[in-house]
Write a protein that binds this ligand. Structure first.
Ligand code: PLP
Length: 454
C-alpha cells in the first residue's frame, strides 16, 4: 500500500500503524473526529498529564480524551477504585440493581440544581437521545429545537446543523436545518427547528411562531465547552420555554464537572427541566446520565415492564418512555466516576484547576500578542479554545470567521514539539498538569509561531 506522508520526523511507526489500520478499519479511526491529515498519532501509554506514542515520543496532553480525563491518565485513586470494585464485588457487572447506582444518584442530586432523579446510559449520545424522547413524551408535541453548531452526540435528530457549510446555512436570524450525514430519514430534518445561539430576539420569534409544535429545546449552555451563553440569553431562554410549554434540556456532557462541580446550571443559577451528563463523570470509562425533576423522570420508570418478556402485556402502557440497556449503571464505571468526583470535591481542587487554566490562557495570549497575532482564548472553568481572531465570538457563525488554516499549521508544529491536542480541538485541563507543563506549553507555542511565520 502507498504510505501517507509523514507528520514529522519521529512519527514513522505511527504512520505505518495508521496505514495498516486503514486496511481493517474504515479511515483507520474508530470515530471520525480522531482523524487528521496527514495521519493521526498512535498512542501507546498514558501517565498523568502525559501521553506516549508508538515511536516513543512524549506529549503533554490537552485533549484528555475529549475532556473526559479531568485527573489525567491513570490517576491512582481512580485506578484503585476500579480494581477494588472488581476484587471486592467479585464481578465486573451484576445485571441487577446495586448500591453504587444509588450512591452516584445521590451525589448528582446534591450537586446539580436541575436533578432530582437520574437514569444511567453508556454514552452522552444515549443520554441526549433519552432526554429528547422523554421531553417529547411530556409535551406530546413533535418537534425538537436545537442550536446551530451545538453537538449532542451522533444520533439521527441531533445531527442537524452541527457544522453546516456556508452556502447551506440560511439567514443568521433564521438558520436552515442542514443534515450532517446521509442515511438519516427526512422526518428528522422536518421536525428539527434550528436556532441561533446568543440571539434572544431571533430565538423568541422562532419559538413563538412554532410553539404549538416544539416540544423540547436542547442546548449546550457553553457551546463546545468554550462559547458561554450570555447570562441574559440563557435566562431569556429559560423564561420563554417555561411560558411556551417547551421542555428545556441542558446538555452538560461536556460542561458537567468542568465549568463547576454543579455544571453550567450551577454557575448560571438556572434550573433546566432535564440535564444530560457524561465524560468526566465516568472517570475515563463510558457513561451518560439523564437527570431531571421527579415528575418528568417518572416517565422512564417502566414499573409495569416486568411482563415484557412474555409479550402478554403492553410495554408499560402508553405513558411510559422506553429506557433499557445491558450496561446501564455499570459498577466499574460508577466506581471510577465516584472516585473522580471525590478527588474534585477535595478542598481547593476546582479552584486550583481553574487558576492553572487561567494561568495558561494568560501566558498563551501574551505570546501571541508579542508576535502581533490576533488571538484570544475563550472558555470557562477548565476548558478553553484558542481562536485566531480579535472579533467577539458568540456563536457558530462568529466562530467560523477565525483563522483555522494558521491554527492548524501551529497545531501540527505543536505535535512535533510534544504538545498533544488534536489539531483545531479545544484545550481541556487536568488537576495533574504541573507548573512545568504549562511553562513548557507556552514555550512550545512560541517555537511553533516562529516556525509558521518563517
Ligand atoms: N453532548 C455533548 C455536549 C458532547 O460534547 C458530546 C461529546 O463530545 C456528546 C453529547 C456525546 O457524548 P458521547 O461521545 O459520550 O456519546
Amino acid at each position: 500500500p502507498q504510505l501517507s506522508p509523514l507528520l514529522f520526523e519521529n512519527a514513522t511507526r505511527s504512520r505505518d500503524f495508521f496505514d495498516h489500520a486503514k486496511e481493517v478499519i474504515p479511515g483507520g479511526v474508530t470515530a471520525q473526529i480522531k482523524h487528521f491529515d496527514p495521519h493521526p498519532v498512535v498512542m501507546e501509554k498514558g501517565d498523568g498529564s502525559k501521553l506516549y506514542d508508538v515511536d516513543g515520543n512524549q506529549y503533554i496532553d490537552y485533549l484528555l480524551s475529549y475532556g473526559a480525563l479531568i485527573h489525567g491518565h491513570g490517576h491512582p485513586n481512580v485506578i484503585n477504585a476500579v480494581m477494588n470494585q472488581m476484587k471486592t464485588d467479585g464481578s465486573t457487572i451484576f445485571g441487577t440493581p446495586h448500591q453504587k447506582e444509588v450512591e452516584m444518584a445521590e451525589k448528582l442530586i446534591h450537586l446539580y440544581p436541575g436533578i432530582e432523579m437520574v437514569r444511567y446510559t453508556n454514552s452522552g449520545l444515549e443520554a441526549t437521545l433519552l432526554a429528547i424522547r422523554t421531553a417529547l413524551a411530556v409535551t406530546g408535541k413533535p418537534k425538537l429545537a436545537k442550536f446551530e453548531g451545538h453537538y449532542h452526540g451522533g444520533h439521527d435528530q441531533v445531527l442537524v446543523s452541527v457544522n453546516p457549510g456556508k452556502r447551506e446555512r440560511g439567514k443568521p436570524e433564521q438558520p436552515q436545518a442542514v443534515l450532517e450525514s446521509t442515511g438519516i430519514p427526512d422526518y428528522y430534518v422536518k421536525n428539527t427547528v434550528v436556532l441561533p445561539f446568543n440571539q434572544l430576539d431571533a430565538c423568541e420569534k422562532i419559538l413563538r411562531e412554532q410553539a404549538d409544535e416544539i416540544g423540547c429545546l436542547i442546548l449546550e449552555p457553553v457551546q463546545g465547552g468554550f462559547i458561554p451563553a450570555e447570562k441574559v440569553f440563557i435566562e431569556g431562554i429559560r423564561k420563554l420555554t417555561e411560558e411556551l410549554n417547551i421542555v428545556l434540556i441542558f446538555d452538560e456532557v461536556k460542561t458537567g464537572f468542568r465549568v463547576g462541580l454543579g455544571g453550567a446550571q450551577g454557575e448560571y443559577g438556572i434550573q433546566p427541566d432535564l440535564t444530560t451528563l457524561g465524560k468526566v463523570l465516568g472517570g475515563g470509562f463510558p457513561i451518560g446520565v439523564l437527570g431531571g425533576s421527579k415528575e418528568i423522570m417518572a416517565l422512564t420508570s417502566g414499573e409495569k415492564r416486568d411482563l415484557l418478556s412474555t409479550g402478554a402485556e403492553q410495554r408499560g402502557g402508553p405513558d411510559a418512555v422506553f429506557h433499557s440497556g445491558t450496561y446501564n449503571g455499570h459498577p466499574t464505571v460508577l466506581a471510577a466516576g465516584l472516585a473522580t468526583i471525590h478527588e474534585l470535591e477535595k478542598e481547593e481542587a476546582m479552584d486550583e484547576l481553574f487558576r492553572k487554566t487561567q494561568h495558561l490562557r494568560d501566558g498563551l495570549e501574551n505570546v501571541y500578542r508579542s508576535y502581533g497575532l490576533p488571538m484570544q482564548t475563550i472558555g470557562t472553568g477548565s476548558i478553553f479554545n484558542l481562536l485566531l481572531t480579535d472579533k467577539k465570538v458568540l456563536n457558530y457563525r462568529d466562530l467560523s470567521k477565525a483563522d483555522f488554516t494558521l491554527r492548524r499549521e501551529i497545531d501540527l508544529q505543536l505535535l512535533a514539539q510534544g504538545i498533544y491536542t488534536k489539531p483545531l480541538n479545544r484545550y481541556s485541563m487536568s488537576t495533574v498538569h504541573s507548573e512545568e507543563d504549562l511553562e513548557s506549553t507556552i514555550h512550545c507555542h512560541e517555537q511553533a509561531i516562529k516556525e509558521v511565520l518563517k
